[in-house]
Ligand binder design. Structure first.
Ligand code: FAD
Ligand code: UDP
Length: 394
C-alpha cells in the first residue's frame, strides 16, 4: 500500500515525493505520462552529445534563500546570469529595454539621466494599469511597445496585450541603466549537471517508486494508495466539466549546427517578422564545451501540450469554478503550474510544493524544507532511483 500516488514528476510532484519520503517516511508512487522525470524542466544529451532542454529554455533564478538551499541538497550549481537580445529594426539590441537599447535603436548617446527624460517624454501615463498593454505603454510609450511587445505577445498568447492581465508583461522590466541581465534575483544559477540529474537525486529514495509512460487513470483503480497529489491540468482532472481552461502551447523545433556558436546571445527574441518568438542556444545556459551547438525555435500554438496558463479575467473565473470542485475533494491535493492555473516559474513551484508539505506536517515552509524523518534512509545513499520502466531518458 502506497501512502501517496503523485501524478506528475515535474518540480511540484518531485519536491512533494522527496519531502514525504525523506521528511515523513511515507511510501510514494510517482507517475508521469511522459517517458521521463523532470516535467517541463527535463534536459538530456541529444544524439550529438549536446545537453539540451526538451521543452525550451529553463533558467533558474530566485530571491528565496530557502528554495535555493533546498534544491542545493540535490545539485551543485554553475553561476549563470541570463542575457537576451531582441531583433528589432534589423538590429540586435538588449532586452529588457535599457539605456543601450534606446541609444542603439535611435542612434543616440544619452546618459542614464537623459534616457529617463526621454522615456518620460514618450510614455503615456494611465490612471489605472489593468492590462499588459497599459504596463508597457505607460512606461515606454507606444512606439517601443509596438516594436518590442505588441507582436511578440500576440504571437505568444494569440491575444492582444490589451486582453491579458498586467502580470504578463510586468515580468519584463524597463531600465535606464546599462544592466542587461534578464533577471535581477539574488540567486541565479543552473544545476551544474543539468535538471534531470537533480531530479534523479530528489527521487533517489527507497520509499519512492517512479512509474513512467503512465497516465494515472490507467493505474489509480488497481494500485492501492491512501491519498492523491495531482499536478496535471485541473480541468482534465474534472473531465472538463465546465469546459476547457485555455493553456497556451508551443512547438519546439530543435536543431544542431556544425559550428561552435550559432548566435551572439543565449536567447534572441524575434518580436516581429518571424513566426517563432525566440531562438535559444543551449551551450550558453549549460556552459558545455562542444564543437557543435544546439538551438531551439519556439512556435506558439493554441493546441498541444499545455505549457502556459493564460492570465486574464475570464480564465481566472473559470479556474475559480474548478478550484471550488478541487476544494471539495479532501482526498486530493492540487499542486503545480497546471493544477493551480498559475503562470509560475520553477522556484515559485518549489515554494508552493514546500508550503503544501508544510501544511501536511504542520510546519512553516522554511522548516518543512529541512525536516527529516527520524531514522529514515534519506538521500545521499548510493541506491539509484527506482524506476519501473525500461524506457531511456530521451
Ligand atoms: P510540469 O513541469 O508541467 O509537470 C507536470 C507533469 O505532470 C508533466 O510532466 C506531465 O506529463 C504530468 N502529467 C500531467 N497529466 C498527467 C496524467 N494524467 N498522468 C500522469 N502524468 C501527468 N521557469 C523558470 O523558472 N525559468 C525559466 O526559464 C522557465 N522557462 C520556461 C520555458 C517554457 C517554454 C515553459 C513552458 C516553462 C518555463 N518555465 C520556466 C516554467 C517551468 O517549466 C514551470 O514553472 C515548472 O516546470 C512547473 O512544474 P510543475 O511540476 O508544476 O509542472
Ligand atoms: N514579452 C514581449 N517581448 C519580449 C519579451 C517578452 O512582448 O521580447 C512579453 C510576452 O508577452 C511574454 C511576456 O512578456 O509572454 C513574459 O516574457 P518572459 O520572457 O518572462 O516569458 P517566458 O520566458 O515565461 O515565456
Amino acid at each position: 500500500m502506497f501512502d501517496y500516488l503523485i501524478v506528475g514528476a515535474g518540480f511540484a510532484g518531485s519536491v512533494l515525493a522527496e519531502r514525504l519520503a525523506n521528511g515523513s517516511n511515507k511510501k510514494i508512487l510517482i507517475c508521469d505520462k511522459r517517458p521521463h522525470i523532470g516535467g517541463n524542466a527535463f534536459d538530456f544529451y541529444n544524439d550529438e552529445g549536446v545537453l539540451i532542454h526538451k521543452y525550451g529554455p529553463h533558467i533558474f533564478h530566485t530571491n528565496s534563500k530557502d528554495v535555493f538551499d533546498y534544491l542545493s541538497k540535490f545539485t551543485e550549481w554553475r553561476n549563470y546570469e541570463h542575457r537576451v537580445l531582441a531583433s528589432v529594426d534589423g538590429m540586435l539590441v538588449p532586452m529588457p529595454i535599457n539605456l543601450d537599447t534606446i541609444n542603439k535603436l535611435y542612434g543616440l548617446n544619452l546618459t542614464a539621466f537623459e534616457v529617463e527624460d526621454f522615456l518620460a517624454s514618450v510614455a503615456e501615463p494611465c490612471d489605472e494599469i489593468k492590462t499588459s498593454e497599459d504596463v508597457v505603454v505607460s512606461k515606454v510609450g507606444r512606439e517601443l511597445y509596438e516594436k518590442f511587445f505588441r507582436n511578440y505577445t500576440r504571437k505568444q498568447w494569440g491575444l492582444d496585450p490589451s486582453e491579458l492581465d498586467a502580470s504578463v508583461t510586468s515580468r519584463v522590466p524597463t531600465r535606464t541603466t546599462r544592466d542587461d541581465r534578464y533577471f535581477t534575483d539574488s540567486y541565479q544559477a543552473m544545476p551544474k549537471h543539468g535538471y534531470t540529474r537533480m531530479f534523479e537525486k530528489m527521487l533517489d529514495h527507497p520509499n519512492i517508486k517512479v512509474l513512467l509512460n503512465c497516465d494515472y487513470e490507467e493505474i489509480s483503480k488497481d494500485i492501492p494508495f491512501r491519498e492523491l497529489i495531482y499536478t496535471g491540468p485541473i480541468d482534465a482532472f474534472f473531465n472538463y466539466r465546465y469546459g476547457k481552461l485555455p493553456y497556451r502551447s508551443l512547438e519546439f523545433k530543435h536543431e544542431t549546427h556544425d559550428t561552435e556558436q550559432f548566435q551572439t546571445a543565449p536567447v534572441v527574441n524575434y518580436p516581429n517578422e518571424q513566426a517563432f518568438t525566440r531562438i535559444t542556444e543551449f551551450k550558453y545556459l549549460t556552459g558545455q564545451e562542444h564543437k557543435k551547438t544546439s538551438i531551439v525555435y519556439e512556435y506558439p500554438q493554441a493546441e498541444g501540450d499545455p505549457y502556459y496558463p493564460v492570465p486574464r479575467k475570464e480564465n481566472a473565473e473559470l479556474y475559480a469554478k474548478y478550484k471550488t470542485l478541487a476544494d471539495a475533494r479532501s482526498d486530493v491535493r492540487f499542486v503545480g503550474r497546471l493544477a493551480t492555473y498559475r503562470y509560475y516559474n520553477m522556484d515559485q513551484i518549489v515554494a508552493q510544493a514546500l508550503t503544501e508539505y508544510g501544511k501536511m506536517v504542520g510546519k512553516k515552509r522554511q522548516e518543512a524544507a529541512i525536516a527529516k524523518a527520524v531514522g529514515s534512509n534519506g538521500n545521499g545513499s548510493t541506491a539509484t532511483m527506482q524506476t519501473l520502466t525500461k524506457t531511456p531518458l530521451s
